[in-house]
Design a protein around this ligand. Structure first.
Ligand code: ASP
Length: 440
């Protein structure tokens, strides 16, 4: 029989109603044997996530402000879930211990991790699954760096001893036993690690959306869902602003070729999106897989006649930017031109100084600066195998009256980046979508 690891995000476990949905999902498929929960998330838009409240407790303590009220709000979340689901667990001793540790100066990672820990205890009783504390199986070294091999070894051993188990997400432990968390959203990583150790057939990541959409629904009306996407395509799209999954969550399962299925707890019959290995590229229903983009970039375009015969020209550009500790997004180039694309937030206060320096050290013919640029990534592994994709993209943009300021096609050939003015951003995405998906 196959095996599935299912991670449920905070919104999937925010109250007892959501717990009921989760239980029925798990019980509908006996292959769902290892479950990774997040802490309770928001029940409605103005609500708080338990993890945020735990961090808030720590801030109160650091400023010597009483934290009892915030702590009680957290306790009440768990009490109401346990009460509504008629669980037998005695929560008070856990609350007392956590509170006492907080008063005695517990570290922020310990405090933040208790959200997942308590939710894991509730879920394991509710499902009748065993509880494996993540602090015994997810390992970090003395300096807080994640230990991949040790974790895989210990997790494997623990999972072998359990037919069905709940393993709370987000945290593990340092060699001395102190708790260490991943970065925010890190339960996704725990889920991937458990899937790898269990040699699962699939890593299900249950959330509150039915997978990825081909474009941002705030820009494109009713965009189509992405049924299948490769890890590489996902990386390109999430780099450009599309986000559902913690970036680090991809690596453990990618190494061992386990697909990730993004599913919606509130719409469990929807197939969601499957993320597959890069080798499996024959999935494309459309030429493109998705479109994503971000506003707020500056392009510095440097022109110099016979630039290509000057040894070290690009190195000098880069070293000027390096001196200002500026990271670069893209470097499209032509025969006598090089452009550097930089996020506005990185360069705002130093742009004048950098241009002065470039004029001095590079002696260019001209330097043009375009601020207020947006970048749009049109991603699809099917693009490299088809002719005329770029032509179609640029025709769509020009017919929509969008002025293209920059073009960059990555060497992976699964991504064409276009730079347009911020004001044209939405119009450009709609035009690309209409051309490739609606065939307008
Ligand atoms: N609860 C943690 C957070 O809010 C981890 C997670 O949900 O993945 O960041």
């Amino acid at each position: 029989m196959g095996l599935k690891v299912a991670k449920f995000g905070g919104s999937s476990l925010s109250d007892s109603f959501q717990f009921e949905k989760v239980k029925s999902i798990i019980e509908s498929d006996p292959q769902r044997r290892f479950i990774v929960p997040s802490a309770p998330g928001r029940r409605f838009s103005e609500d708080n996530k338990v993890t945020d409240l735990l961090y808030l407790c720590k801030t109160h303590i650091e400023h010597n402000v009483p934290f009892d009220q915030v702590f009680q709000v957290i306790c009440d979340r768990y009490i109401s879930i346990a009460y509504n689901l008629k669980l037998k667990i005695e929560l008070q001793p856990y609350f007392n211990e956590i509170k006492e540790n907080m008063i005695n100066g517990a570290a922020v990672d310990y405090i933040a991790s208790r959200g997942e820990f308590l939710n894991g205890l509730l879920l394991s009783e509710y499902l009748g699954f065993e509880f494996i504390d993540a602090q015994d199986v997810i390992r970090f070294d003395r300096r807080g760096r994640f230990l991949e091999e040790e974790t895989n070894h210990d997790l494997k051993k623990a999972l072998l001893n359990h037919e069905k188990a709940v393993i709370p997400g987000f945290y593990g432990a340092l060699p001395d036993g102190r708790i260490k968390t991943f970065s925010r959203g890190g339960s996704d990583i725990t889920g991937a690690l458990v899937a790898k150790a269990a040699e699962a057939d699939v890593y299900e990541n249950w959330t509150d959306v039915s997978g990825f959409l081909m474009a941002d629904p705030r820009i494109v009306e009713d965009p189509k869902p992405i049924k299948v996407i490769t890890y590489k395509e996902l990386r390109e799209l999430s780099y450009m602003g599309a986000s559902v999954l913690h970036e680090d969550a991809v690596f453990p399962v990618r190494q061992v070729d386990i697909p990730i299925n993004i599913k919606n707890t509130n719409e469990p019959d929807h197939p969601g999106t499957i993320i597959v290995s890069d080798a499996n590229e024959s999935h494309d229903e459309y030429v493109i897989t998705g479109i994503a983009g971000k506003k707020g970039f500056t392009v510095i375009a440097i022109y110099k006649n016979r630039m290509n015969s000057e040894v070290g020209f690009i190195r000098r550009i880069l070293s000027i930017l390096e001196d200002y500790k500026i990271s670069i997004e893209h470097i499209p180039s032509g025969i006598d031109t090089v452009s550097v694309v930089i996020s506005n937030s990185n360069i705002e206060n130093v742009i004048e100084d950098i241009i002065d320096e470039m004029n001095k050290k590079l002696q260019p013919d001209t330097i043009d600066v375009y601020s207020d640029m947006a970048l749009i990534a049109t991603v699809g592994s099917g693009m490299s195998r088809r002719r005329g994709v770029a032509a179609r993209l640029f025709t769509a943009l020009s017919e929509a009256g969008v002025n293209i300021r920059m073009i960059d096609q990555g060497s992976s050939e699964i991504n064409i980046i276009t730079g347009v003015e911020n004001d044209d951003f939405e119009k450009a995405i709609q035009a690309i979508y209409n051309s490739f998906v609606n065939h307008l």
